[in-house]
Design a protein around this ligand. Structure first.
Ligand code: FMN
Length: 195
């Protein structure tokens, strides 16, 4: 039996090259509405979102994020540096300007299980956008204070991610994933599941 959500999860992949063509804002709002139904610690719903469509705001966010990324990339080394190089990742974040819509996701810092809850909501958003034929990236700025300052965010909230959204122009293959059998045991650690 095929599950719709499984098909969507299989189809989803992070995309870093976007068409600049506009997308219907309603689709983004539907995805955010989906997120508002996510579970959260003590139902505190510690997420807030800013939907960003204006070119000049996107450019300012890109510049603020790239400032932090340059500082981060100067310091990074070892295995992580190698992985970043293999992935052809650098301090440049053109998708923050190119993607027609950005959604900045914030977490209420003093809420119960705030981070866990916000990230479940982010998962809902990614799949809801995938269902509507839109691609995404889960971008976590290296220095959140620069974009945070720019967006005039309340002190109780912290930027968790920026999700660029649009039509993909990235033809990279889907990243390899562990199989169910590799990641899941039955009843006790190490006992394999056989389907
Ligand atoms: C918590 C989290 C943080 C991430 N941060 C970044 C990021 O800052 N920049 C980026 O290009 N990708 C980021 N990603 C995307 C991952 O690199 C990507 O999900 C991973 O390589 C697997 O690829 P896939 O999403 O195509 O399955 C992040 C993903 C997650 C879940």
């Amino acid at each position: 039996m095929s599950l719709k959500v499984l098909d969507l999860a299989k189809r989803r992949k992070s995309v870093r090259k976007f068409s600049e063509k506009n997308i219907p804002i309603e689709k983004v709002l539907k995805a955010l509405e989906t997120a508002t139904h996510a579970p959260s610690g003590a139902n505190q719903q510690p997420w807030r979102f800013i939907v960003i469509t204006e070119k000049d705001v996107k450019i300012r966010i890109k510049n603020a994020c790239e400032r932090g990324e340059r500082e981060f990339y100067e310091k990074v080394d070892g295995e992580f540096k190698q992985w970043l190089t293999e992935q052809k990742l650098s301090w440049k974040k053109p998708f923050l300007e190119k993607a027609p819509v950005l959604v900045a996701v914030f977490m209420k810092k003093d809420a119960q299980y705030a981070r866990e809850s916000v990230w479940i909501a982010i998962g809902f958003i990614l799949l809801a956008l995938e269902e509507q034929g839109l691609s995404t990236l889960t971008y976590t700025p290296s220095k959140i204070q620069y974009p945070q300052l720019l967006l005039n965010v309340s002190n109780n909230f912290q930027l968790e991610a920026i999700i660029p959204i649009g039509k993909s122009e990235d033809n990279k293959p889907k990243a390899p994933k562990m199989t169910l059998e590799e990641s899941t045991y039955l009843n006790q650690w190490g006992k394999l599941i056989t389907k």
